[in-house]
Write a protein that binds this ligand. Structure first.
Ligand code: HEC
Ligand code: HEC
Length: 162
């Protein structure tokens, strides 16, 4: 049905038409057909020519890896109450940029050089989720006892207050 709506539009508009429907999840019912998401204007680490579906797939994977909604990194426009995705107002967006570069570098510079015949491509790819596991702050790891048993109760490390 989205296709028939978009049939008269040019190809880029078609690609962009997926964008508002995702953004819509996080807010009130918008008007996706009438308000195509503008082309990204403030990409500093992701490829500037990234396709809309790829951009949104990346954004959804970040959200999932950290267990957050888009608004964790993206500030809201006070007038429209819609997220202003290009804005850099939120500190966490800046941190995420560092994290994106770091993750790319780990994969490209280090993991790509590991010769491990058993490893699948997915095995040797670090993602946000590898460290974050659904948390905004990666949980500290204190290790397991040789039997695979965790710390005895009395020895549990102090919980991080957050
Ligand atoms: C963990 C932080 C984080 C979360 C969560 C997140 N984003 Fe982003 N988003 C970023 C960063 C960082 C950039 C800029 C990337 C760059 O500089 O290359 C960005 C850029 C964008 C852009 C391009 C804006 C422009 O004009 O340059 C869009 C659109 C966007 N995000 C949509 C979303 C949507 C939709 C969600 C939720 C599904 C989401 N984001 C969740 C961090 C996040
Ligand atoms: C190698 C492990 C690792 C990977 C991979 C990783 N992170 Fe992080 N991330 C951390 C650590 C450690 C911190 C805490 C840094 C600090 O607060 O100084 C952090 C903090 C953050 C924060 C700030 C959270 C807060 O509550 O202040 C954001 C946002 C974030 N990461 C996003 C991402 C995104 C998006 C990705 C994938 C592109 C990613 N991280 C990949 C280890 C990782």
């Amino acid at each position: 049905m989205q296709r028939s709506l978009a049939a008269g539009l040019i190809a880029t508009a078609l690609a962009l038409s997926t964008l508002p429907s995702f953004a819509q999840d996080a807010q009130t019912a918008a008007k996706p057909a009438h308000r195509p998401m503008p082309k990204p204007s403030n990409l500093q680490v992701l490829p500037k020519d990234i396709s809309s579906p790829d951009l949104i797939a990346a954004m959804r994977s970040y959200s999932k890896a950290l267990g957050v909604e888009c608004e964790f990194c993206h500030s809201e426009d006070p007038q429209t109450h819609r997220p202003n995705f290009a804005s850099d107002a939120k500190e966490d967006k800046g941190i995420a940029r560092i994290m994106i570069s770091m993750t790319q570098e780990i994969n490209q510079k280090y993991l790509s050089t590991v010769k491990d015949p058993d490893a699948t491509p997915a095995d040797k790819t670090v993602t946000c989720g590898t460290c974050h596991r659904g948390n905004t702050m990666p949980a500290q790891f204190f290790g397991a006892a040789p039997g695979g048993e965790m710390h005895h109760e009395g020895e549990a490390p102090p919980a991080k207050s957050e």
